[in-house]
Design a binder for this molecule. Structure first.
Ligand code: 13P
Ligand code: SF4
Length: 306
């Protein structure tokens, strides 16, 4: 009941104050329920570019709020919990990539969206897990420098053998710890269950999957499948959300380690404080960062929509 009342209060304040709530699919169920829009990173970016409200609050991690600010610079954009960062997005900076680019001058620099706004200013095209294969395929240059996630990059390379993809050694510390031993154990415990895996997992795990896709693609696959049992190889919230949506099916986590503390740090009370003007951090980016970072994000939206 307390949760329900808090949700109702948030709903009424957000409509009074003209606030749009965006929530990534890894957020807790009680937050997903009050969001105006939920989805994977690509879907959230497209939603951000079309928001009509004057304030947008992001239930997710910092690079997601930065992406909203870049796409909607005239809006007030707040990150609900300022401590929510993405360790992968902090792995590489503009200076490092500037040095690497000098070694690969004729390569197109493709940045996973899990990067800082500052780093995006020196990249050519952005991708997300749901759009990476499609977008890299559409880039006319066959020489690609892919950063920071070497696992997503390896998956793209496996799907596009005609491309010459140079990988750097970054990645998601949550997905990357899942092993083939976890797969073996989960399959023994749940024989016949379909294995659905995020491409941030290591290639050995991805190669054993029945389906590979973004958080939203995994959810769509499971909802629409005729199968009933699924092992979910991404952050454990996805198994929980799917269990709510499909009570007649069964969803099992591939590993107990698939828990992203940064995605879990945002609470419903944080959302309440944020819509009340008593919490959250307003995202401030200078005009030149917004203009330069926007080039690769616009390219992503343009190529992703084709
Ligand atoms: P997607 O929702 O785009 O699949 O991204 C997963 C992720 O790890 C976001 O941080
Ligand atoms: Fe970053 Fe991985 Fe957490 Fe996504 S799941 S926010 S990539 S650490």
């Amino acid at each position: 009941m307390i949760i329900h009342e808090t949700q109702e209060t948030i709903r009424s304040i957000k409509s009074e104050r003209d606030i749009c709530i965006l929530a990534h699919s890894y957020q807790a169920q009680e937050i997903i329920e009050i969001a105006d829009f939920t989805g994977d990173s690509f879907q959230l970016s497209v939603a951000a570019s079309k928001v009509s409200q004057k304030t947008v609050i992001m239930c997710g991690v910092r690079f997601m709020a930065e992406t909203v600010k870049i796409l909607a610079p005239d809006k007030t954009v707040l990150l609900v919990n300022p401590s929510a960062g993405c360790p992968m997005a902090e792995q590489m900076d503009k200076e490092l990539i500037g040095t690497v680019k000098k070694q690969y001058p004729d390569y197109t620099v493709v940045a996973y969206i899990n990067t800082t706004a500052d780093l995006k200013t020196v990249c050519d095209v952005c991708v997300t897990s749901s759009s990476a294969v499609k977008i890299v395929d559409k880039i006319t240059n066959n020489n690609i420098l892919f950063l920071p996630d070497c696992n997503l990059g390896a998956y793209v390379a496996s799907q596009l053998p005609n491309k010459n993809i140079k990988l750097l050694h970054g990645g998601c510390p949550i997905h990357a710890v899942v092993t083939t031993a976890n797969v073996k154990k989960a399959k023994e415990l749940h024989p016949g269950a379909k294995l659905l895996v995020h491409p941030e997992c290591v290639p050995e795990v991805v190669s054993l999957a029945d389906f590979v896709g973004s958080t939203s693609a995994i959810m769509d696959y499971a909802v629409n499948s005729e199968d009933r049992d699924f092992i979910i190889g991404t952050e454990m919230s996805i198994a929980e959300h799917l269990q709510y949506r499909c009570p007649d099916k069964r969803f099992y986590c591939l590993s107990q380690k698939l828990l992203c503390p940064n995605m879990k740090i945002t609470t419903l009370i944080d959302v309440l404080n944020c819509v009340n003007g008593r919490g959250g951090e307003e995202i401030a980016l200078d005009e030149s960062t917004i203009a330069d970072a926007r080039v690769c994000i616009d390219k992503m939206i343009e190529l992703g929509a084709l």
